[in-house]
Design a protein around this ligand. Structure first.
Ligand code: HEC
Ligand code: HEC
Ligand code: HEC
Length: 440
């Protein structure tokens, strides 16, 4: 006879299963917490600005500008570094934290050790794991001296009282201890290790590009877990509704040489390729404080990633400078719009540009393999002239209807490139014009 537990055999079995499952979950949670646990750094009294040598602060300013720290840590219109900027990702909205030295709401109570751990390991002062939307996977590569300079810079900014706004993420992404598992899978912490197969210039360029400037943060697509895809760096990815072009196999028919890359990063203007637009504009602005030697090193490194053209490029180059006549009604309408609104600066079809400097036909925006986001957004919103970068262009948001913009984009694509027209262009124009995430 079996003992009677006060229920049928089925309920007893069910109870045992439930208890077993609870046990497994409890063990898993305890194990996860054990792996994930990091101690808190004790709070310090905010050091006075005089505690940091002036040269160190100045060095930190150059680095912070090149890394664009303030760009992510400033909500437009609010004081610099006070956080609160919404960052949209596939898993929801992040709101950047306050990076000013306010003791309660910023990082004023952070010791240098706590700051080091945040950049090297992605752990906050209180021991919480940080999401890789903060590019510590790159900052981990920074040398001690550079992290120290960044700390000196941020601790000497004006303190702003601004409480952090919680992220808006869905379960289970919002469970921070799970980030410990993410790190085991996708994160190898530690400073940059020079590659002996390359010279010092290349290694300096790799250090700045991969570590400080975190260029792959936008130019490399991510896997389902939000980690940059291994094996396809610089193959291009979406960034803030724009497409951060591929830098390994660039779609434009003019090659990105070391000299052109230097010109683009230094002056924001490479005659065969045009000017930076969208989020890339603030990246180039941020690099302005780096010395020429550093930008030359980055150009050397980036040029080495640029694969040779797979097919002869002459037909594409010829088409880009001698556009084909329009064939359909839509293309004819597009050409009329071009002549009316664009030719005054970009030149009549087949003639060199007048006010603009680079031939439109060579621009990567027309040659994009996937979607013409950059072309549409440039026409809709123009190019702002702030920050001393060349290339100001008026916005056409209120001048062109969706239908006209679709015709113009189709004309430019079919006239100036050897690629097929983009499909579903009307829908794309509509969604790009009204993208609520980009406008937020
Ligand atoms: C792409 C946007 C972005 C850039 C660039 C960026 N950060 Fe952040 N940073 C964030 C976000 C978002 C968080 C919060 C992540 C989270 O909630 O886990 C964060 C968190 C931090 C933290 C932890 C703050 C805290 O209260 O826990 C520090 C310190 C920090 N960033 C410093 C920097 C520095 C220094 C730079 C430049 C070298 C920088 N960040 C560049 C987005 C960015
Ligand atoms: C915040 C996201 C972001 C970051 C970070 C970023 N880029 Fe970009 N980049 C873009 C976008 C979007 C474009 C496409 C718009 C354009 O052509 O200006 C672009 C375009 C470019 C182009 C021109 C490509 C072409 O064919 O026209 C180059 C070169 C480039 N980026 C290099 C870099 C380098 C080097 C870094 C690091 C210093 C970097 N990017 C960091 C978003 C980013
Ligand atoms: C008032 C002059 C002006 C007008 C009008 C104008 N543009 Fe531009 N456009 C510029 C300048 C300047 C640049 C920066 C590149 C350069 O100097 O070559 C530029 C750049 C561009 C780019 C390249 C952006 C990049 O990624 O580098 C595209 C695409 C473009 N224009 C499309 C158009 C179209 C389409 C029209 C008509 C609807 C138009 N533009 C009207 C001045 C103008």
């Amino acid at each position: 006879m079996r003992p009677d537990f006060g229920g049928s055999e089925k309920t007893v079995l069910a109870r045992q299963h439930i208890l077993g499952a609870i046990g497994v979950v409890a063990v898993a949670i305890v194990a996860l917490l054990a792996v994930a646990w990091r101690p808190a750094f004790p709070p310090i009294a905010p050091p006075p600005p005089t505690a940091f040598p002036r040269e160190l602060v100045a060095r930190g300013e150059v680095l912070a500008s090149a890394a664009n720290c303030d760009d992510c840590h400033t909500k437009p219109g609010d004081p610099a570094g006070a956080g609160g900027k919404p960052l949209f990702t596939r898993v929801g909205f992040f709101y950047s934290p306050n990076l000013t030295p306010d003791a309660e709401t910023g990082i004023g109570a952070w010791s240098e050790g706590a700051f080091f751990r945040a950049l090297r390991e992605g752990v906050s002062r209180d021991g919480r794991h940080l999401f890789p939307v903060f590019p510590y996977t790159h900052y981990s590569r920074l040398e001690d001296a550079d992290i120290r300079a960044l700390y000196a810079y941020f601790m000497t900014r004006p303190a702003v009282r601004a409480p952090n706004r919680p992220n808006e993420l869905s379960f289970p992404t919002d469970v921070r201890p799970l980030l410990a598992l993410w790190k085991i899978l996708f994160f190898r912490p530690g400073p940059y290790r020079p590659d002996p197969a390359h010279d010092a210039l290349w290694n300096r360029g790799a250090y700045l590009t991969e570590g400080l400037a975190a260029c792959t943060n936008c130019h490399t697509d991510r896997n389902g877990f939000g980690a940059e895809q291994v094996g396809h760096p610089y193959a291009g990815a979406m960034a803030d509704g724009w497409f951060a072009e591929a830098l390994d196999i660039n779609p434009a028919p003019a090659r990105w040489t070391e000299a052109e890359l230097f010109a683009y990063l230094r002056r924001g203007d490479s005659p065969p390729h045009g000017v930076p637009v969208g989020p890339m504009r603030r990246v180039v602005r941020g690099l302005a404080k780096l010395p020429d030697d550093d930008l030359r090193a980055m150009a050397a490194y980036l040029a080495s990633l640029n694969a040779p053209f797979a097919a002869p490029v002459e037909p594409a180059l010829a088409r880009a400078t001698t556009p084909a006549p329009p064939k359909t009604d839509q293309q004819r309408q597009g050409q009329e719009i071009y002549l009316q609104h664009c030719a005054s600066c970009h030149g009549a079809p087949g003639s060199p540009p007048t006010v603009a400097r680079s031939p439109l036909g060579l621009n990567a925006a027309l040659w994009n393999r996937y979607r013409p986001y950059n072309l549409l957004l440039t026409i809709l919103d123009g190019i702002d002239a702030q920050g001393g970068l060349p290339g100001a262009m008026p916005a056409f948001r209120d001048k062109l209807s969706d239908h006209e913009l679709a015709a113009l984009a189709t004309y430019l694509r079919t006239a100036y490139t050897t690629l097929p027209p983009w499909d579903q262009i009307e829908e794309l124009v509509r969604s790009t014009r009204n993208d609520p995430l980009r406008l937020r």
